[in-house]
Design a protein around this ligand. Structure first.
Ligand SMILES: Nc1nc2c(ncn2[C@@H]2O[C@H](COP(=O)(O)OP(=O)(O)OP(=O)(O)O)[C@@H](O)[C@H]2O)c(=O)[nH]1
Ligand SMILES: [Mg+2]
Length: 408
């Protein structure tokens, strides 16, 4: 300001980017649609010492169980509990206004700092998923068909038992949250003591909070649904008493194969048999009948929160080993490196130097003088002299040639 002295305010910081653990999410699908994120820049400083506003922090939501690898600095974060956050990159610092450079010897600085670009990095997200809901039933009951209808998963479906050999997970999309449904191989009598395939996979439903028992109303082998139901329930109980106490839904599957009034009558029978407070639904993966109801009942019966976000002893072993939100940070790279490049020439390189150069307008005399003082301050001149630098030698800072005078 004429006669008033320097009055330029500082620029604001650019926004940081963080990942935040969000309990309503269960998959990383949203990153298929969008995988490039940029935080907002900080506001410009203005006259009358007005500072620019800081850029807002950009939050990226990820589901519980997400492992975050930050390429830039090699850090790893495990986001397990809702609300947990990890910083990916910082916004660039704002430049300081000219007021900051005024001092007794230097009363009217005619330059200001530039703000710096923020950090950029690639991030790898890896999800260790746990199921909220388990589908259980005899082989061929129609479990995989249900999973394929309720979610976007594509499990193999076929008209013979033991089609499913490995558990398959799918995500049920609800209005306000996502839930993971696990389809496991069919259970048979003796599964709890190792018969068939199901036993190996019962562990996958130990952590679920709801079991959907899928029961074929008219099995092709002519077996009795009442006996089939009892077989599966017994195996669950024998495997782990906790499974027996989990809330349940009974899905009477393949309802399209049974005449309407007969199906309704069977449903009423099952409701009565099971005591009334357990929901019994007729479902068909062919006509989609009853599937919306099933989704609603699932949503109603799975409490909020996530399977991983519970108390420590409810977390699965492979996640328990990981301390919450641990950060691995390799040693910071040295700020700069001085090298002799010829008899009378030297180079100074490094991230620290690049950042310093980016700050100033090198055509501005005042800014240049200030930069030289900064270089002296961080020991660059001393390091040059240690390598034999004398007045008149050339120095390349980053890509810029300088004539530095060590004596001044
Ligand atoms: N008509 C009719 N057929 C169905 C329905 N659901 C499944 N099926 C058929 O029943 C057979 C078994 O279905 P899956 O979904 O593979 O059964 P599963 O319980 O996953 O069987 P495993 O993986 O072997 O335990 C397939 O031939 C399906 O096409 C249904 O709602 N209606
Ligand atoms: Mg199957």
């Amino acid at each position: 300001m004429p006669k008033g002295g320097p009055d330029g305010g500082d620029g604001g910081r650019g926004g940081d980017i963080v990942v935040v653990c969000d309990d309503s999410l269960r998959d990383l699908e949203s990153f298929r649609r969008r995988s490039h994120f940029k935080a907002r820049r900080g506001g410009h400083g203005q006259g009358s010492l007005r500072h620019g506003a800081d850029g807002e922090t950009l939050e990226i939501a990820v589901p519980p169980g997400t492992e975050v690898l930050v390429e830039r600095d090699g850090t790893r974060h495990d986001l397990l509990g809702p609300g947990q956050r990890a910083l990916l990159v910082r916004g660039g610092p704002g430049g300081r206004g000219n007021k900051r450079f005024a001092g007794p010897t230097y009363q009217a600085p005619r330059f200001a700092e530039r703000g710096l670009a923020g950090d950029a990095t690639w991030v790898t997200l890896r999800l260790k998923l746990l199921a909220d809901v388990g589908l259980v039933g005899l082989p061929n009951a129609g479990k995989s068909s249900l999973l394929a209808r309720l979610t976007r998963a594509h499990p193999k479906v076929a008209d013979y038992p033991f089609t499913t050999l490995q558990p398959v997970l799918g995500t049920l999309e609800l209005d306000d949250r996502q839930l993971v449904i696990a389809d496991i191989p069919g259970l048979i009598e003796g599964a709890s003591s190792g018969a068939g395939l199901g036993h190996d996979f019962l562990a996958h439903i130990e952590r679920t909070r709801l079991i959907v028992h899928v029961l074929d109303l008219a099995p092709l082998d002519g077996s009795d649904p009442v006996g089939n139901h009892a077989t599966v329930e017994r195996e669950l109980r024998l495997h782990d008493p906790r499974l027996a106490s989990l809330p349940r839904i009974l899905a009477l599957s393949k309802a399209d194969l049974v005449a309407g009034d007969e199906a309704a009558r069977k449903r009423a029978e099952w409701e009565q048999r099971l005591g009334g407070d357990l929901p019994v639904l007729l479902t068909s993966s062919v006509t989609r009948a009853g599937l919306d109801r099933l989704a609603v009942e699932i949503a109603r019966r799975v409490p909020g929160g996530s399977p991983v976000g519970q108390t420590a002893d409810e977390r699965p072993a492979d996640l328990l080993g990981l301390p919450e939100h641990r950060v691995f940070r390799p040693a910071a790279a040295r700020a700069y490196r001085v090298q002799r490049t010829g008899e009378h020439s030297f180079s100074v390189t490094g991230e620290g130097i690049d950042r310093l150069l980016a700050r100033y307008d090198l055509d501005n005399e005042d800014a240049l003088a200030h930069l030289e003082r900064r270089l002296r301050g961080i020991g660059v001149i001393r390091a040059l002299e240690a390598q034999g630098f004398v007045a008149g030698d050339e120095v390349a800072l980053g890509d810029v040639e300088f004539a530095l005078d060590p004596s001044s």
